[in-house]
Design a protein around this ligand. Structure first.
Ligand code: ATP
Length: 361
């Protein structure tokens, strides 16, 4: 079995706690991304799964098997790092063949496997090239091939695309996903790039400051962030959050956003959950879900970014600044006033004191 279970996993370096009590279940064959900003503990978690670091406390199990004290070489994991680790004095073919030949595979078997993996990673025309003549992009592809050819039940990739150029990264995202679909390994993929996590992973574990913040499918973490950190971190730009106070009105529960006025009434199920919050809340909505409206939040346009067909309009200032993303040119310019409104179903509310999402129903 190649499911991975992390139970109460803690890692300390001296007095510093890099990972605080992580519990994570990665089922057999799942593509799990560990996503978070620099220093949040992603690589530390990965290194413990690989066997390069011992946990301070807690357990790592592969299926039923406790990995405590099992060295990296006996864990059956493939590992690809940010910096390709390949033999530059060897050809691509020799690099790919290295693992199977160390395991004592016969020539015919090695040729078959090298041919198949080279085909999959578009390395066939380069098989007899010396590695030291290849670009960084291709070298990373060889490094992935060198691990993948061993058909590990667990494949660990730590920021494998961060040194390759943007166009190649887009190609590799698709190829890595196809590779995992074909081999059905359990894949753990460390990245700080949400686009990589969102496009490839079955589920994403979002981390910050050594704490697991949320685990869910890409759509779950995008649509229903568990807290303010996830709301801001996921999405480009992140979720808009404006501080306000719940207030009763004759139309239902609204949020008083101070100088911006009051919001439209919250949907019933969300309203009853918000009534239970003592103190301020954060009114949240995604920039992509904002539309121009007759009635809504009236805000000055402070900046307009045009990125191809997409337009990001910056509205308001200070704590109540928000962004709105439009898939076309909306004809707004700096100094104009825009009236924007998120659809009621896309509104999310967070407890300002705890940062936690207020869950409807
Ligand atoms: P990055 O993408 O920058 O590598 P990360 O999320 O992978 O970020 P980690 O490398 O896991 O983060 O590091 C988490 C924290 O633990 C960081 O503050 C880092 O400085 C610290 N850390 C990691 N390894 C050690 C070590 N061997 N000794 C001391 N502190 C360490």
């Amino acid at each position: 079995m190649s499911a991975i279970h992390l139970r109460n996993l803690v890692k300390k370096f001296g007095d510093f706690t890099a990972l605080k009590t992580m519990d994570l279940e990665i089922p057999d064959g799942e593509f799990m991304a560990l996503l978070g900003p620099s220093g949040c503990g992603k690589s530390t978690t990965m290194n413990m799964i690989a066997g390069m670091e011992e946990p301070t406390s807690g357990k790592i199990l592969f299926g039923e098997r406790d990995m405590a004290g099992v060295p990296m070489g006996r864990r059956g994991v493939g590992f690809v790092f940010q910096n390709y680790a390949i033999f530059t004095h060897m050809s691509v073919r020799q690099n790919l063949a290295y693992g199977p030949s160390m395991r004592g595979a016969g020539k015919a078997e090695i040729d078959r496997r090298v041919g198949a993996i080279a085909e999959m990673l578009q390395l066939s025309p380069l098989l007899d090239r010396k590695a030291d003549r290849l670009s960084v992009n291709i070298l990373q592809r060889v490094a992935i091939g060198r691990s993948a050819i061993m058909e590990p039940a667990i494949f660990l990739l730590d920021e494998p695309l961060s040194n390759v150029d943007a166009a190649f990264r887009a190609v590799m995202r698709t190829e890595l996903k196809q590779l995992q679909r074909q081999f059905r390994q359990t894949m753990v993929y460390v990245t700080h790039d949400q686009l990589e996590a969102m496009t490839m992973a079955d589920r994403i574990a979002v981390m910050d400051h050594g704490v697991l913040q949320q685990v869910g499918t890409p759509l779950e973490v995008y649509n229903n962030p568990a807290n303010v950190f996830v709301a801001r971190f996921i999405g480009a730009p992140g979720m808009n959050l404006i501080k306000g106070k719940p207030a009763a009105s004759d139309r239902g529960l609204v949020i008083d956003l101070g100088p911006l006025g009051v919001t439209p009434p919250l949907p019933d199920e969300l309203a009853s959950a918000v009534r239970a919050v003592r103190g301020d809340v954060l009114y949240g909505f995604r920039p992509e879900q904002v539309g121009l409206a007759e009635r809504g939040l009236s805000m000055p346009v402070t900046f307009v970014e045009r990125i191809g067909a997409r337009t990001i309009v910056h509205l308001g200032e200070g704590e109540s600044a928000v962004k709105a993303v439009f898939e076309n040119d909306v004809g707004l310019s700096i100094g104009q006033t825009a009236v924007v409104a998120p659809p009621a179903s896309s509104v999310r509310v967070f407890d300002a004191a705890t940062g936690l999402a207020v869950k409807a129903g």
